[in-house]
Design a protein around this ligand. Sequence first.
Ligand code: 5AD
Length: 473
Amino acid sequence: MNDKILFPLYDKGEQVNTPPQESQAATPSHARRVYIETYGCQMNVSDSELMAGILTQNGHQTVSQLDDADVVLVNTCAIRENAETKVINRLIQLNHRKRRQPDMIIGVCGCMAQHLRDKLLDAAPYVDLVMGPDAYRDLPVALDSLARGVESHVSMTDRDPFVGLRLDKSEDYADIAPIRKEGIRAWLTIQRGCDKMCTFCIVPFVRGRERSLPLKLLVEDVEKLVDQGFKEVVLLGQTVNSYHDNAADFGDLLYAVGDVNGLERVRFTSPHPADATDSMIDAMASSPSVCKHLHLPLQSGSTEVLERMRRTYTAEEYRDLVSKLRERIPDIAITTDVIVGFCGETEEEFMETYKMMADIRYDSAFMFKYSEREGTLAHKAFPDDVPETVKGERLERIIGLQEKISAGINTATVGDTVPVLVEGESRRDADNYHGKTDGFKTAVFPKADSKIGEVVNVRVDTTTAHTLIGQIV
Ligand code: 5AD
């Protein structure tokens, strides 16, 4: 998996994974071989694992090569326009393939399906299935009914598509066992949907209202993941720290998961600054397996812009939170998301973001140009009036700043010895392993006699803006 896109929860809309491992169970009447292709954030990766679970439970099979499939499901992202463009281009490619393989079923799942709805079928009439994030339970029914259409030789263009776009506040898929790729890191969805209503964001409209899974069940899930050999669990939610189950809050969940025997590390993404409670900070400070890394989306350093974004905190409150975090957890790594060129952003307002990033010195940051999304509150309330060239130029300025800061922070670690959880062979050199530090920095080092899944101490010899390079000591 591409390390660069593990954070933030939503990313650049790139394809992020190979499909879940191949799976098979008992025989259904229309057993299908399904290839799942995932775009976007880790929540989508986790949803694809869920879809694989649902399909397998119902006797279908997931395959790891498109060539072996008779169904392709594209799990999509709607966070920015370029994420949707990428999927449209992919669908055009798949349509070419369908001319050669007319029985192939093409499905579009996830956030973009929910966002574009009927427009998707108008633009891509060869798509057989459109399914939003709360409707995956209907996948087997959909495949069965589509298979009947294929078998009755109804011509491709006359077949009725299957559309599943109901958002359902009660759907948490708690009873479904996802099928995960083997590895050392497992993603665990602890919450679905979002109630925050940031004005720039499409997520509440495509993922529905916020709901949390029961704490007891999540702890049992983590115990099972440890039994399966996973060393690290990443708790996922759109605003993960607003998690609650009756009286239990996110801090309680972190403690409970952190206490699971045999689990090396717990991470989570992405929290909302307004829900960064003392309970969360206490758990991060005190539970040894909870990593001291916080991905804390800033979005803007200007209180006025934050207000237009409806982020519910001021620039001052955000700064105070960072100070408190650094006081309580001195070695904490803090990363962030920033949007430039939001509606009405002036040069002065942009410079407040720049200044904030220079002051806080994030370990790393995901930086984006504002992309207007139809259906959001900003789309209704404010004109998207910062010219594209200005957005581009502002983005370049903060990227330049952040590269220097990240490189500086990494250089300062030269000579330090840091614990690294070994994840796998380096893509560039089979004699090296790569892994992550507690603060989620990538480290690369000669294998020596270490093994994947172990925590080793690596002495840092050199660094780049994104990687620590060293040796096991
Ligand atoms: N335009 C640009 N970036 C966006 N994000 C969310 N919505 C938009 C948008 N409309 C960014 C935010 C969020 C990250 C996952 O994606 O920074 O934290």
